[in-house]
Design a protein. Structure first.
Ligand SMILES: [Zn+2]
Ligand SMILES: [Zn+2]
Length: 243
């Protein structure tokens, strides 16, 4: 299983980049995790959207779903050009009915995942944990039977995250604030909390993502390093793990 960063900003994309989006691939199966602003454009540096087998969404904030509309148009246009009838499944939670309904279009179909159960997509399994965020949001534990990756999605820090992340080979943690700040209001984590989570869960590697638009983001890595001894990477486009 390989995971690559397509977009890594929180809130909005800075120039030539995208907000939250990651491509997970295994044996020719391609799954996009979140589809933020700019994701469709940046994804096409790697593959054509018609090559996607599924999209899985953590929640319906714009910085995670903004490119779902353009993705639906891309599928529609590609189907027309190539005289195909491919329907792309988009998995999301059903706790906001109107937002879930928007996932279905002529060339895409919204499918609800049940967060209480494991979702199996091709060679990948997904387990979910509801996070602490102003809207319903789910962290994902993704496995191909060999390696395990946890993506926190958007959340403030809470104890149950440790169990959910336990022993993961890679932890992709949202890191929206710097050491000493309080992210619990908007529902986000600090560098310190990411480092503590990685340490207490005993993960193999930590990526800091969902980056803020203020301060020196390299500082986030330095701050997390005070707590976690393993490898830490600041998310950037094309940052990849696995093969
Ligand atoms: Zn976000
Ligand atoms: Zn959010």
């Amino acid at each position: 299983m390989q995971i690559s960063t397509i977009g890594y900003w929180g809130a909005y994309p800075e120039a030539e980049s995208a907000t939250s989006s990651y491509l997970v691939s295994k044996d020719g199966f391609h799954c996009l995790i979140d589809c933020g602003s700019g994701a469709l454009s940046r994804l096409q540096r790697r593959l054509n959207p018609t090559q996607l087998d599924a999209i899985v969404l953590s929640h319906y904030h714009h910085d995670h779903v903004a490119d779902i509309g353009p993705m639906q148009y891309a599928m529609l246009v590609q189907n027309a050009i190539h005289q195909t009838n491919k329907i792309l499944p988009i998995y999301g939670h059903q706790e906001e009915a109107e937002k879930f309904a928007n996932l279905s279009h002529q060339s895409t179909i919204g499918i609800a995942y049940d967060p209480a159960h494991t979702l199996i997509l091709g060679p990948l399994t997904f387990q979910f944990l509801k996070t602490k965020h102003p809207v319903p949001c789910y962290a994902m534990r993704i496995s191909d039977g060999e390696k395990t990756i946890v993506y926190t999605a958007d959340t403030s820090y809470f104890e149950e995250l440790i169990t959910f992340c336990k022993g993961a080979d890679l932890l992709i943690a949202e890191c929206s604030f710097y050491e000493g700040m309080d992210g619990s209001g908007p529902g986000h984590m600090t560098s310190e909390e990411c480092g503590k989570l990685a340490r207490d869960a005993g993960v193999g590697e930590l990526w800091l993502t969902h980056l803020p638009h203020f301060g020196d983001t390299m500082k986030l890595k330095v701050e997390a390093e005070q707590l976690f001894n393993g490898p830490i990477k600041l998310a950037e486009e094309d940052l990849s793990y696995g093969s």
